[in-house]
Design a protein around this ligand. Structure first.
Ligand code: ADP
Ligand code: C5P
Ligand code: MG
Length: 216
């Protein structure tokens, strides 16, 4: 079976749907992605999860990735894009939520040039830093980077490197900003409204296209 990322499939017009899910550390990206998967049938690809799996697998890059994560810095895009591309190729699905990526301009440019895919839209979970800090300190998943020292470094990287990417998508009219400080269920109500209105829009565009082609 042809992969969604075969050369011919990355040509414009290919029906691969990609939504980038951005927001600071602890803003609730993973939590909401799980909800979106259940309701809307997307495949969730978390760049952080893929990197952590790479460490666990004992790959040659494992030690390098581990020390970068511990420092709250960003792993070279070549590594992360390869992992994302591989995960997309392995999937039977054609709708992906890419969570925690692109984290900087280099991530964004590398993904675009390697895959030829642009996101349909970008979800941005906007949350105050003190709330994110509280959530990270009580996440309890045994993550080596959920300690106050690394958290402060991650916030700095987020402000310096990730916010410009978010601003980029805003300037392209692709950003859908959500108030992520609300309780989980309330945030998901806002997320649902975005997905429902977007699929309605796609459906109505397709309907319009059908009408146009039958009336000519
Ligand atoms: P991210 O993937 O953006 O780093 P997570 O989804 O892992 O964030 O959430 C970080 C922590 O905060 C988790 O322990 C999660 O259960 C909790 N959490 C997520 N969303 C909310 C919310 N809206 N209100 C309170 N806690 C939340
Ligand atoms: O998104 P998550 O919080 O799981 O990311 C954890 C860490 O993984 C980041 O702080 C960063 O060190 C690394 N990462 C990365 N590049 C990405 C996503 C995550 O280097 N695109
Ligand atoms: Mg996460």
């Amino acid at each position: 079976m042809g992969s969604v990322l075969d050369a011919e499939c990355t040509e414009p017009g290919t029906k691969v749907t990609v939504i980038f899910v951005l927001g600071g550390p602890g803003s609730g990206k993973g939590t909401q992605c799980a909800n979106i998967v259940r309701h809307f049938g997307y495949t969730h690809l978390s760049a952080g999860d893929l990197l952590r799996a790479e460490i666990k697998s004992g790959s040659k890059n494992g030690t390098m990735i581990q020390s970068i994560i511990k420092e709250g810095k960003i792993v070279p895009s070549e590594v992360t894009v390869k992992l994302l591309q591989h995960a997309m190729q392995e999937s039977e699905n054609d709708k992906f939520l890419i969570d925690g990526f692109p984290r900087n301009e280099e991530n964004r440019e590398t993904f675009e040039s390697v895959t030829g895919i642009a996101p349909n839209f970008v979800l941005f979970f906007d949350c105050p830093e003190d709330e994110m800090e509280k959530r990270l300190l009580s996440r309890n998943q045994g993550r080596e980077d959920d300690n106050i020292e690394t958290i402060k470094k991650r916030f700095k990287v987020y402000l310096e490197s990730s916010l410009p990417v978010i601003a980029h998508y805003s300037s392209k009219g692709k950003l859908k900003k959500i108030d992520a400080a609300k309780p989980v269920d309330a945030v998901f109500e806002d997320v649902k409204a975005i997905f429902n209105s977007t699929s309605e829009k796609v459906a109505s565009e397709e309907f319009q296209h059908l009408q146009d082609s039958t009336s000519s």
